[in-house]
Design a protein around this ligand. Structure first.
Ligand SMILES: C[S@@+](CC[C@H](N)C(=O)[O-])C[C@H]1O[C@@H](n2cnc3c(N)ncnc32)[C@H](O)[C@@H]1O
Length: 353
């Protein structure tokens, strides 16, 4: 892969495409099968030979085939048992034996230790055919509600995060979709969601050579011939100590009481003697006072801190029992030089418990 932010892909040679007899066995005619050529540059660039590439939406095994062609191991999870079997059969014909579990994260088990997650997400609004008595529970193609769909994607990528080693990459390929002539910013929403779990590194635009057609003036229509590859990394991002200290000072000056604990408090006490890396957040313990807690949230919100509970955006008022269920509420802000302040707010009673 080179430094350009886009890649123009060459269609797969016949020996790498999904064989026609397997395509015919798929209930969706293999319409959502990706290209091996789309995955190979990412396999090469973001993993090393012998490492394991994981696809949580494994489909027809295209990622696993790309991984094997690049000398990597592969494993996947696919919710549709019929498809998982097609993927196994496809890989067998290439002499590849990569484990594919049937099910879905976060419940299914990832078949082996992984180094890179590389996937094409199932798009929202897909017209996935269903049969009577079809065991499609969990199939994201069938999710009717966009917010629930995003929520479930988040749970899946949260589990991926847990399985990746530190500094491992998670790359998701996705496109904004048009439903009933409206564009749904699926790629950007997924980017935001992944940004709550990983550090965003870059986007690449994948361009699929397709015929262009003239459009009448002022018409809006696209032949959807691109996709984003969103590149994220599981990295512990250090906060800026100076900016964090000045934010804490401002909070105190505004009359909010808190106590510091955890890695940031230790860092202040011992400097880098205990840990060579600056902390990733500052933990604050606050009194169990719902009104006061929400005043602080308003104060932070007005100062452009993003508030979230486990990656989900939060707005005051937040009930204390909701806070307790999540353990902490995160308030973070980044300035134009990229300096990060990240405060994790918890209740003093929880620390005592
Ligand atoms: C875009 S397709 C992946 C195709 C794959 N990249 C390929 O080219 O072989 C997305 C896949 O996700 C699967 N899927 C949908 N919801 C899922 C879930 N909750 N867990 C695992 N797989 C799921 C679908 O059945 C579909 O096969």
């Amino acid at each position: 892969m080179d430094s350009r932010s886009w890649l123009v892909l060459e269609p797969d040679p016949p020996q790498h495409t999904l064989p026609e007899d397997l395509r015919a066995r798929d209930r969706f005619g293999g319409r959502d099968c990706g290209w091996v050529a789309q995955m190979r540059p990412f396999v090469r660039h973001f993993s090393r030979p012998g490492q394991c590439v994981f696809d949580p939406f494994c489909g027809f095994g295209t990622t696993l085939l790309a991984a094997a062609l690049e000398g990597r191991e592969g494993c996947g999870i696919e919710i549709d048992a019929g498809r998982a079997e097609l993927a196994r059969e496809r890989l067998r014909r290439h002499g590849i034996d990569a484990p594919i579990a049937v099910g879905s994260l976060p419940h299914a088990e990832i078949p082996r230790a992984i180094d890179l997650c590389l996937t094409n997400v199932p798009y929202f609004g897909c017209r996935w055919p269903t049969d009577e008595g079809d065991p499609s529970e969990g199939q994201l193609y069938l999710e009717n509600d966009y917010a629930t769909y995003l929520h479930r994607l988040r749970d899946i990528f949260h589990a991926v995060r847990g399985a990746l080693p530190d500094d491992g990459f998670c790359i998701a390929m996705v496109e904004n979709v048009v439903i009933e002539q409206r564009m749904l910013p699926l790629a950007w929403d997924l980017g935001q969601l992944l940004g709550g779990l990983f550090v965003a590194r870059e986007e690449r635009l994948l361009c699929y050579p397709r015929e262009a057609q003239a459009l009448p003036a002022a018409a809006t229509h696209s032949n959807r011939s691109h996709e984003y590859a969103l590149v994220f990394q599981k990295t512990r991002e250090a906060i800026c100590i100076a900016s964090t200290l000045s934010a804490l000072e401002a909070i105190r000056q505004a009359g909010f009481a808190f106590e510091l604990y955890g890695s940031f408090a230790r860092w202040l006490q011992h400097g880098d003697a205990e840990s060579p890396r600056p902390p990733a957040d500052a933990d604050l313990l606050l009194p169990d006072d719902e009104a006061r807690f929400n005043q602080l949230l308003h104060w932070l919100h007005e100062r452009h801190f993003e508030l979230s509970l486990w990656g989900e955006p939060a707005r005051p008022p937040v009930r204390l029992d909701r806070l307790r269920a999540h353990w902490f509420l995160r308030a973070q802000r980044r300035d134009r030089l990229g300096r990060l302040v990240r405060l994790d707010l918890s209740l003093a009673s929880q620390a005592a418990a």
